[in-house]
Design a protein around this ligand. Structure first.
Ligand SMILES: [Zn+2]
Length: 135
C-alpha cells in the first residue's frame, strides 16, 4: 500500500466515522454533516493531508505525535469512540483492514522472532543429530 493510498483510506475512514456520529447524534441526513461536524472534519482532513508521518506510521489513532489541537483532539476522540465500533457494522472489511494494518508491523516482528527461534531450535537439534555420526 502506498503512502497516498494510506492517506486516502485514513481520510475515508475518518469521514465515515464522523458521518455515523453526526447522523446518529445530530440527526443529519446520511452522507451529510452538520456545521459543527463539518468543521471537525475539515480540521481532521487538513491534519491528515499535511501529516508528515504518513509514510512511517500506520494510522492517526496509533500515532505517537498528537498533532490535533487539544479542543479538536477531545472532540475527535469522542467521535472515534462513538463511531469507531459502529463502523464495524457498516463496513466490517474496511475496519478489519484498518486494524490489520495497525497490527501488521507487530505481527511481522513476532513472525521474525518465531522463525529465529525455530531456526535456532533446528540448528541445535541438527547438531545433536549429527554429533554422534561425526564422533
Ligand atoms: Zn453533527
Amino acid at each position: 500500500m502506498t503512502v497516498d493510498e494510506k492517506r486516502k483510506l485514513e481520510l475515508k475512514t475518518m469521514y465515515q466515522i464522523i458521518g455515523i456520529y453526526c447522523h446518529n447524534k445530530h440527526h443529519t441526513p446520511k452522507g451529510q454533516l452538520c456545521e459543527a461536524c463539518e468543521q471537525v472534519w475539515k480540521y481532521a482532513e487538513h491534519r491528515i493531508d499535511v501529516c508528515p508521518h504518513m509514510e512511517s506510521k500506520t494510522f492517526c489513532s496509533v500515532c505517537k505525535t498528537h498533532c490535533y489541537a487539544p479542543n479538536y483532539r477531545e472532540k475527535i476522540r469522542e467521535i472515534m469512540r462513538y463511531g469507531g465500533p459502529r463502523m464495524l457494522l457498516v463496513s466490517p472489511i474496511q475496519v478489519i483492514r484498518h486494524m490489520y494494518l495497525e497490527r501488521q508491523k507487530k505481527r511481522l516482528a513476532m513472525l521474525a522472532s518465531f522463525f529465529n527461534g525455530f531456526i535456532t531450535f533446528l540448528c541445535n537439534n541438527l547438531m545433536l543429530l549429527l554429533c554422534p555420526i561425526q564422533l
